[in-house]
Design a protein around this ligand. Sequence first.
Ligand code: HEC
Ligand code: HEC
Length: 542
Amino acid sequence: MLRALGSASLLLAAAVAQTNFPPPPSPTGNPSTPQKELLGMALFFEEQLSSTSTVACATCHDFTRGGVDGRTSDGVNPGADGVFGTADDQRGSPGIASITGNGVAFGSPAHGFGAAVTGRRAPTVVNSGYHSSLMYDGSKQSLEDLVAAPPLNPVEMGHIGRTWTDVVQKLAGASPLVFASNLPARLQTFVNGRTYPDLFQLAFGSTQITQGRVAQAIASYMRTLNSDQSKFDRYLNGLAQLTPQEQLGLQLFNSPANGATSCSTCHGDFETRVRMEGPKVGQLTNQGGGPYSSPVPTLLLFHNVGVRPSHEDPGRLLVTSLPGDQGKFRVASLRNVALAAPYFHNGSVNTLHDVLDFYDRGGDFHDNQAALLTPRNYTIPEKDAIVALLNTLTDPRLAAGAMPFDRPTLGSQNGRLVTSIGQATMVAQAPVAPRVGEPWFQLTLERAPSTAFTFLLWDTAPNQGTAVLPGLELALSPSFVAFPTGMADWHWLVPGGTKRIPLPLPNVPSLSGQTLYAQFAAYDLAATVPLSFSNALRIQLQ
Ligand code: HEC
Ligand code: HEC
């Protein structure tokens, strides 16, 4: 009897852990297999998918942040007017530095030698397998189609003029995930010292790497990133109770307010009546008329809620050319929204309370704004209740890194990519990752006094608090060396004096694992303090 009970509760546990709605179907031509999904997972976290080996898909789509970019507040795109610090600035995702087909960082007026920033905030990849329109403007219809774009995009991952031949060639010579660490067990077992041709053999039956196969593998993996175990899901399944405050939030979310249309009119992706992200009509099997027996097909539609004047980013209009679509963006999924700040396509709103204030005042711009987005007159406790409801939409597996959201630590997070030490007016950067054998490795300097003579300093250790000169970040160990690099250059795009030092890294395996520190110094006789330093760079060769 005890035994029987034991297995019954095991069964129950298994049922609870199951997905609450079925995974999105694979399209014809790309059936999912476990090996293909694992290859897609490896590629999703692969920084070497970018020309500079500094940016993976996962750099901009971070599970701990609900599948959006946790760095969004750091990346500013100057917006339509090209000027920073004005109202149309967009908070987006830093991608890669502007790099020519010969691997030369050439600098851009907005971002210097640093990473360019996307013109919109990255939306979540979680549950994206359910969407029939992808991107804020719906410009992509399938994940396979979408995935083929970022590796060539000169802001996100590609050098100018990059082709799929370049991508394939790079992957063929890469050691899989060499910059990542803490690989989840399933990924570690899959990669296990293999090359990419080996991994493609496992997933596709032959070693050939092609654009189509890369896109298919990543798309298959994305269809596993389904989040359906939030408190709200458990509530819908009768496994959890909402607090009175959350219940009030749900009621308010589903009701018109002071004549304004209800939140659920547009955001139906999680509540009982309409499931915009879940299964399509006909696939719902909850015969008891339970939570997932919605008769409405899953669609996220396009609306203009009035975040910015609609001419700045015309949104959906760019795809349809219909004037009525001016300023419309795809409705955001609210699943895991508590993790996903800052909000809206331009990342302009910092907290969920601020979003509620935005809707409460009827939005900010009213040109072509959706009907019935008028002021709501919510009380403070009412706004708190809606925020409490939104907080129930967080799937704990994302932050915990539990399957399917298990993930390695990226090179940008574990110090294997070049990291910066200290802050200074002069900016030193390494736009390309320090991989042994990397022909494009280079250091750049900008904002030096343009009348200065510059030096590049090297050491094997950082300063340990014994700096002899203010701003010097190196230890002055016996290995310290300084190379004169000449007068700071005038650069037609980047302000101030600049330097670009190409340092192709020889393909000598014994160099791997060595750590070096570099810093620029500028000597400017015209300045009150003639000697000044840039930030230093910690370079761990991989
Ligand atoms: C530099 C940051 C960056 C990188 C790298 C990046 N993305 Fe994105 N991603 C974005 C931005 C920004 C958007 C939205 C762009 C828009 O709507 O105009 C986006 C949109 C998406 C979407 C659409 C989600 C939806 O619901 O509409 C998916 C899926 C996606 N990216 C997957 C990927 C994959 C897979 C990779 C790697 C091959 C990748 N991204 C690389 C920033 C990035
Ligand atoms: C007319 C349709 C519509 C209504 C009504 C509406 N929304 Fe939205 N909502 C949208 C659209 C479209 C976006 C994306 C806008 C953008 O990114 O510029 C959005 C974005 C959001 C976001 C930001 C999510 C993110 O990740 O960026 C939150 C939070 C949100 N809405 C909550 C609400 C709440 C709460 C209500 C009710 C008070 C509500 N919405 C009413 C259409 C609507």
